[in-house]
Design a protein. Sequence first.
Length: 160
Amino acid sequence: MSISVGDRIPTVELTILTENGPGPISIDEILAGRKVALFGLPGAFTRTCSSKHLPGYVQHSEALKAKGVDAIVCLAVNDAWVMGAWGVAQGVGDKVMMVADGSLNFTQATGLVSDMTDKGYGLRCQRFAMVVEDGVVSSLRIDPSGAFGETSAEAMLNDL
């Protein structure tokens, strides 16, 4: 069963790329006392994730912040090096925080696992977008497997 509106995000450790290499970061540290636009996707450098999902949040980052979002966070089941390189390739700068869930800590704890073994990807994160206020989910959208649209930045703007 996946996480729902009104649920508190479970405490898990994730990874980000720092100036000294990969480093741990708690989801609590990311979310505490803030309104966060958190979206997850199957993988960095993949077709839809690179052409639509992440670029939409970069493009609409100012509009999201104008609606009260303090931070925008992208999460994928990749390592911190890959997430960092993808952020550079996509020109995210400081608009979107790139977070690695390489061990599926967040993905499994929230029930957002997608088994893409048949495509050669293994276990991945479902495509989702949520607004989290001080650690509690206030809106949540999950795209059906293989689809994109419900979790776009534009859809999140409509929810705000």
